[in-house]
Design a binder for this molecule. Structure first.
Ligand code: GLC
Length: 734
């Protein structure tokens, strides 16, 4: 890819009540009047930016949102929201993701709004040729970029700091369910994977492991020996990952509650009394993560679980989600009581209904909730709402790092803000077992990566609702490529472990998961290079191609620098339409054991343009870009067993020559963050085609790597192979 740079300008909108600490580089301020595009005005409090959209303009980004990759045609709101129904009419999900890139009239530009409060977007909804951005609290900074798509993404990502990279084991398959309630359930999951010989690296513990949903407690009946369990699993290469929720149960004698009170570490109401809301445990207080002392105190609590052998966490309900507040419930109950005996007409009945439904996550509660700033002043939560989940997870990441200095923390979170991208990964919350949500997962991945959330993924198979076997298989086939590959489902839904389905589907899921592990050397390398180069791992086609069709393809992705994906996301489909911006090698993969045979027998070059490809249920369609190569290693059942593979099989579409530098490192330390990182290694694979002869050279640090086998498909459709053994004494050409 080209390495074009992009320009950036900063416009200061006003001082936020709390610094977001998102941007790590100082960009000089420009007067607002000099905004090169549209009109930027202050309208009473809010800032309003009206941007003209040309007839063919395409708007990418805005992170975690419903709808397609091109965001044009709808309204969105940045206001971290606990909403488990991701229907296309929803303006806000869990993230405050405010970076976008536009292609208009042959030029790319981008923008990023760094603010703690809400933003309202109208992307050609009211008026088709206009985008309006309203920064509700009128504070923060607006950054404006020009350059190439890739250059703008890189510049933005440089501004916010290097994206979070988890430990290498986090690229393995992870199994979760709200419903594994005790040690026996967790052990049954492990034995299920063992019995079916399916790779696994982590099992999640949802809220039931806690004693009455109290953070940093473990229910002694359900988990009588957590250290023993965590240790036994760790010995098998499997991590246990407990959930931590934002709300702290109000319970005299519960140490976290008592300490929080004593330290004045909880959010309050306007008068300074700890604010009472309710979530899973009933009444809770919310730690005041915007207060550095409270954040540090909460972050330090993770050590208690780490001392019991826990190495990773998921932070949840941190928008924060509020079932009801004490005062909101009181007012509602009073109102309801007054309705007894009333003849409720249309207005009366709807008001009654809204009184109940409006209890959760109410604007009044977000206004009433207050934070105490280090200088002692109190501010309403509403104006800084979008920082809450970010600051919780940052506090956690920093606490984990204090406990385990120099090592990569494993942490995913539900609510997020751009500032968090350098600290943790995210999962995309409570989706449903719907084909539409598989497509949403496909379309959302590039927008998350643009924000800086490269380590991301959806609940594979869907969280709510019942997954069909076919949906599970197709979703897994796509998730082979998502950095976070976690199967998670809700209480009461059809079980989603691979063996909960018929034998054929189980075999297909097993093949997909094993292919994920076989692809790990490539996937990890591509991921880390995206982190290090501030690039996208999963991108719209227009990241590399700017022809008219590439700008509008909504269901294909570029993966790394070498691959294009065209996942199947339609029920009963046995094929799909695919668009190729240039000739590529179509590689229909079934499983690792048949990978070479799949390539030899079924791979072929497709010309640029539109095609229909057959994709049977057991097949993952993959495309290799011209003069590019990808590689696979023999899969194991744990990521740890895949370190330093002994053999690599390289598949390529090489017209003249291709070089691939496969990155690797220790997979656990933060050494990769130093520019002259000593822990990093590259295996450089060079393949050249001259006439009929394919030659291969491999420059590797890996003492164990014994053979590299290349299978190449030529424009003529011929497959050539070339095998090299190490030490390089023998080059065998076929
Ligand atoms: C929330 C989370 C979900 C979790 C559930 C119970 O809905 O998004 O992943 O399983 O809470 O903790």
């Amino acid at each position: 890819m080209k390495n074009e740079s992009a320009s950036v300008k900063r416009f200061h909108l006003g001082a936020p009540p709390v610094p977001t600490e998102t941007v790590v580089e100082h960009i000089p301020e420009q007067p607002i009047a000099e905004m090169p595009l549209g009109t930027l005005t202050r309208e009473a409090g809010p800032i309003c930016w009206r941007i003209p959209l040309g007839a063919d303009a395409v708007v990418y980004g805005l992170g975690q949102r419903v709808r397609g990759m091109n965001k044009r045609g709808f309204r969105y709101r940045s206001f971290c929201s606990d909403d488990p129904s991701h229907t296309p009419d929803k303006e806000a999900l869990y993230g405050a993701h405010d970076f976008w890139v536009v292609w208009d009239a042959g030029k790319w530009y981008g923008a990023f709004v760094d603010t703690p409060g809400a933003i309202q977007y109208d992307v050609g909804f009211e008026v088709r040729d206009r985008m309006t951005v309203v920064v509700t609290h009128g504070c923060g900074d607006l950054y404006y970029f020009e350059g190439s798509f890739e250059g703008i993404v890189r510049r933005y990502r440089q501004l916010i700091g290097k994206a979070y990279a988890p430990p290498k084991w986090a690229f393995g398959y992870q199994q979760s369910r709200w419903g594994y309630v005790n040690e026996a359930d967790i052990r049954a999951v492990q034995s299920g994977f063992d019995a079916h010989d399916i790779p696994l690296d982590a099992i999640y513990m949802d809220i039931d492991y806690m004693e009455r949903y109290k953070d940093f407690t473990v229910d002694a009946h359900r988990f009588p020996d957590l250290p023993g369990l965590a240790g036994a699993l760790k010995a098998e290469g499997i991590r246990l990952i407990p959930i931590i929720d934002a709300g702290v149960k109000i319970e005299p004698g519960y140490s976290i509650y008592e300490e929080g009170l004593e330290r004045q570490a909880f959010c309050t109401d306007a008068s300074g009394k700890p604010f009472v809301a309710a979530v899973w445990p009933g009444r809770v207080h919310f730690p005041d993560f915007l207060n550095p002392e409270a954040a540090e105190w909460f972050g330090d609590q993770y050590a208690w679980l780490m001392d019991q052998g826990i190495e990773g966490f998921w932070n949840d309900m941190n928008e924060p989600a509020i079932f009801y507040s004490e005062s909101g419930l009181e007012t509602a109950l009073e109102y309801l009581c007054r309705q007894r005996g009333e003849n409720l007409d249309i207005h009366g009945f709807f008001k009654l209904k809204d009184t109940i439904l409006g209890l959760a996550n109410s604007p009044e509660d977000y206004q009433a909730l207050h934070h105490r700033l280090p200088n002692g002043t109190r501010i309403s939560h509403e104006a800084v709402h979008n920082l809450y989940g970010y600051k919780m997870s940052r506090a956690a990441a920093e606490g984990i790092l204090r406990k385990n200095p120099g090592m990569r923390p494993f942490l995913i979170t539900r609510a997020s803000h751009a500032g968090l991208a350098k600290h943790t990964g995210i999962w995309t919350g409570d989706n449903q077992s719907l084909w539409e949500h598989l497509l949403l997962n496909i379309q959302m991945m590039p927008a998350l990566g643009m924000m800086g959330f490269l380590y991301a993924g959806a609940d594979v198979g869907g969280f709510g609702g019942h997954a069909s076997a076919e949906l599970m298989v197709r979703w897994m086939q796509f998730a082979v490529f998502t950095p976070l590959f976690r199967n998670h489902s809700a209480l009461g839904t059809r079980p989603q472990e691979p063996w909960a389905f018929d034998a054929l589907s189980l075999a297909q899921m097993r093949s997909a998961i094993r292919l994920r592990y076989a692809f790990l050397p490539y996937l990890y390398s591509a991921f880390m290079q995206s982190v290090l180069k501030d690039a996208l791992l999963m991108a719209p086609l227009s990241y590399a191609y700017t022809d008219a069709a590439s700008l509008r393809i909504e269901d294909q992705l570029l993966f790394g620098e070498d691959v294009m994906l065209a996942p199947v996301y339609v029920q009963n489909a046995r094929g799909r339409a695919v668009y190729l911006p240039e000739p590529m090698a179509f590689f229909p993969m079934t499983d690792y054991e048949h990978l070479e045979a799949d390539f030899m027998d079924k791979a072929r070059i497709l010309d640029a343009g539109h095609h229909y490809i057959e994709v049977p249920e057991d097949t993952i369609p993959l495309f290799i870009r011209p003069d590019h190569i990808i590689c696979f290693a023999p899969p194991a059942n744990r990521t740890a067993a895949m370190a330093s593979p002994e053999a690599l099989t390289v598949f390529g579409y090489v017209r003249t020559q291709a070089t691939h530098a496969l990155y690797d490192d220790d997979g656990v330390s933060l050494a990769y963050q130093d520019s002259d990182s000593e822990g990093a290694h590259h295996t450089v694979i060079h393949v050249a085609l001259e006439g009929e002869a394919l030659s291969l050279s491999v420059d590797t640090y890996n003492a164990r790597l014994q053979t590299v086998c290349v299978l190449n498909i030529e424009d003529s459709g011929k497959i050539t192979t070339c095998i090299q053994s190490h030490p390089r004494t023998q080059v065998h050409m076929v």
